[in-house]
Design a protein around this ligand. Structure first.
Ligand SMILES: Cc1ncc(COP(=O)(O)O)c(C=O)c1O
Length: 420
C-alpha cells in the first residue's frame, strides 16, 4: 500500500507518481524538490489564467472577509455579477445560470434540466468524449473511464465522432463527410424513437480525448438534427471554455446557439471550485412555473464567485483569449516541426491553445516519453499517454515559452520514438 493516507485518482495507488506543488507564476509551477516546470497542460486543463495570480487570491480574501458563508437561495453581489457576466459572454438569448462545484455536476444538472424541460429520457453523446466522473456525467462519457462503472444511468446512447484522421478530406470547409457524420445524430434519434431524445451533449473539441477539431459545418449540422427532433443541444465547455480555443466559448467558432452551456475549469482557473450551467431563455422559462428539481448546499459559494469574477476580469485586462487565438497557429507550426523530425508518422491537430500530436509508436515508447519528460532538468508538464500528447498551456504563456517548451518536447519525443 502507498504511504499516503488518501487516494490518488484514475490510477492504481502503487503506480501513482505525485509531485508536491509549492507554487508558481504565469506558465510555470514549482515543486518541493526545487524544480520549475513549464506547464504545457494547465495542470488538469484548468489554469487558463496562469499560476500565481495574486489578483484572484486577493479577491478570494476580500470576499472571505466580507461574506464567507451562504446558503443556496441567498443573494449577494458576487453571485449576481458573475451570473450576468456569464450570460453576457454566452451571447443574446441566455437567461439563467445554475451554479455547481465543478464540471461533472454541471453536466449532471444539465441532464436533469433537459429531462425536466422535454419530458424525455434519452441522451446522445460521443464515444470520443469525457463529461465527468459522477454517474450521469460518466454515462455520457465515451472513453475508457465509463465501462468499469456500468450500468450507469439509463437512456444514454453513444455515437461515433468525426474521424478526420481517417478521411482524405481532413477537416476542410465544405468537406462532404460532415453531412455523413452529423447524419449519425439524425439517424440515431430516429432509430431510438422519434422525439424521445432529451439532449445531445458535445464537447466543442473533444479535449482530454485528443483535441479533435470538427469540420466547420459539423456543429451547425448537429444543431439542425436537434431542431428537427426537438432535442436540446448542450455544449460541454468545461475544458474548451474561457479562451482555451481562442474565443470565450469554443462553440462560438461555428455560430451555433446551444440550449445549455456547461462550464467549470477556466471559470475560476482552479483557484476555487466552481462550475455552472448557462441556460438559454427558451429552456429557462419552463421553470418560471415548474419546480427546478436541482440543488446543492454549496451552490454559488461566495468565495468561488469572487474568484471567478476576478478571473474573468483578468482574462479581459490581459487579453488572454486573444493571446490564445494568436498563439494557436504557433503551437500547430511547432508540433508540425516535431512531427517532421520523427521517424514514425504523426498526426497533429488543434485549435487555439489546445492541440495534440499522435505519433504512431508502440505504447511502451510512450511510457519512456512520459518518464523522460518528468526527469528532465527543464521539467515539462505535458499530458503524454495512450498514444497522444496533448498541449493546453495557460493562456498567458508567451510565444518564446511555448516555442521553447514544444521544441524540448520534440527532443524528448525523438529520443523516445526515434528521429529521421
Ligand atoms: C469536457 C469535460 N467535461 C467535464 C469534465 C468534468 O469536470 P470536473 O472534473 O470538474 O468534474 C471534464 C474534466 O476533465 C471535461 O474535460
Amino acid at each position: 500500500m502507498s504511504d499516503y493516507p488518501f487516494f490518488f485518482t484514475w490510477t492504481a495507488q502503487n503506480a501513482a507518481k505525485p509531485v508536491e506543488l509549492t507554487g508558481g507564476e504565469g506558465a510555470w509551477f514549482t515543486t518541493a524538490d526545487g524544480s520549475r516546470w513549464l506547464d504545457l497542460g494547465a495542470l488538469a486543463y484548468q489554469v487558463n489564467a496562469g499560476h500565481g495570480q495574486r489578483r484572484i487570491v486577493e479577491a478570494i480574501k476580500r470576499q472571505a472577509d466580507q461574506l464567507c458563508l451562504s446558503t443556496a437561495n441567498a443573494v449577494y453581489p458576487a453571485k449576481t455579477e458573475l451570473a450576468n457576466k456569464l450570460l453576457a459572454m454566452a451571447g443574446p438569448g441566455y437567461a439563467k445560470v445554475f451554479f455547481t462545484l465543478g464540471g461533472a455536476e454541471a453536466n449532471e444538472n444539465a441532464i436533469k434540466i433537459a429531462r425536466q424541460v422535454t419530458g424525455r429520457l434519452k441522451m446522445i453523446s460521443r464515444y470520443r468524449s469525457y463529461h465527468g466522473a459522477t454517474m450521469g456525467a460518466l454515462a455520457l462519457t465515451g472513453d475508457w473511464r465509463r465501462p468499469p462503472m456500468e450500468p450507469l444511468i439509463p437512456g444514454v446512447v453513444h455515437v461515433r465522432d468525426c474521424e478526420c484522421e481517417r478521411c482524405a478530406q481532413g477537416n476542410r470547409p465544405g468537406a462532404t463527410c460532415v453531412q455523413g457524420m452529423a447524419r449519425v445524430f439524425d439517424e440515431t434519434m430516429r432509430a431510438e424513437g422519434e422525439r424521445t431524445t432529451a439532449a445531445v451533449f458535445l464537447e466543442p473539441v473533444p479535449g482530454a480525448n485528443g483535441a479533435w477539431v470538427p469540420p466547420p459545418d459539423y456543429w451547425p449540422a448537429v444543431r439542425a438534427a436537434c431542431d428537427k427532433d426537438g432535442a436540446l443541444l448542450v455544449a460541454d465547455e468545461v475544458l474548451c471554455g474561457f479562451g482555451r480555443l481562442g474565443k470565450p466559448f469554443g462553440h462560438q467558432h461555428w455560430g451555433v446557439v446551444p440550449d445549455m452551456i456547461t462550464v467549470a475549469k477556466g471559470l475560476a482557473s482552479g483557484y476555487a471550485t466552481i462550475g455552472a450551467v448557462i441556460v438559454h431563455e427558451r429552456v429557462a422559462r419552463h421553470f418560471d412555473a415548474n419546480v427546478l428539481a436541482c440543488g446543492l448546499t454549496y451552490y454559488a459559494h461566495p468565495t468561488s464567485c469572487a474568484a471567478a469574477l476576478e478571473c474573468l476580469s483578468l482574462y479581459e485586462d490581459e487579453q488572454m483569449f486573444g493571446n490564445a487565438e494568436r498563439l494557436g497557429p504557433v503551437l500547430l507550426r511547432e508540433l508540425d516541426a516535431v512531427a517532421a523530425r520523427l521517424a514514425v508518422p504523426a498526426h497533429v491537430r488543434g485549435l487555439g491553445l489546445l492541440a495534440a500530436i499522435a505519433p504512431q509508436a508502440p505504447l511502451d515508447r510512450w511510457t519512456t516519453l512520459s518518464a523522460e519528460l518528468a526527469a528532465r532538468k527543464l521539467s515539462l508538464h505535458v499530458e503524454a499517454k495512450r498514444g497522444t500528447a496533448i498541449f493546453s498551456p495557460p493562456l498567458c504563456i508567451t510565444e518564446a515559452e511555448l516555442v521553447t517548451g514544444v521544441r524540448s518536447f520534440g527532443d524528448a519525443a525523438v529520443a523516445a520514438f526515434g528521429g529521421k
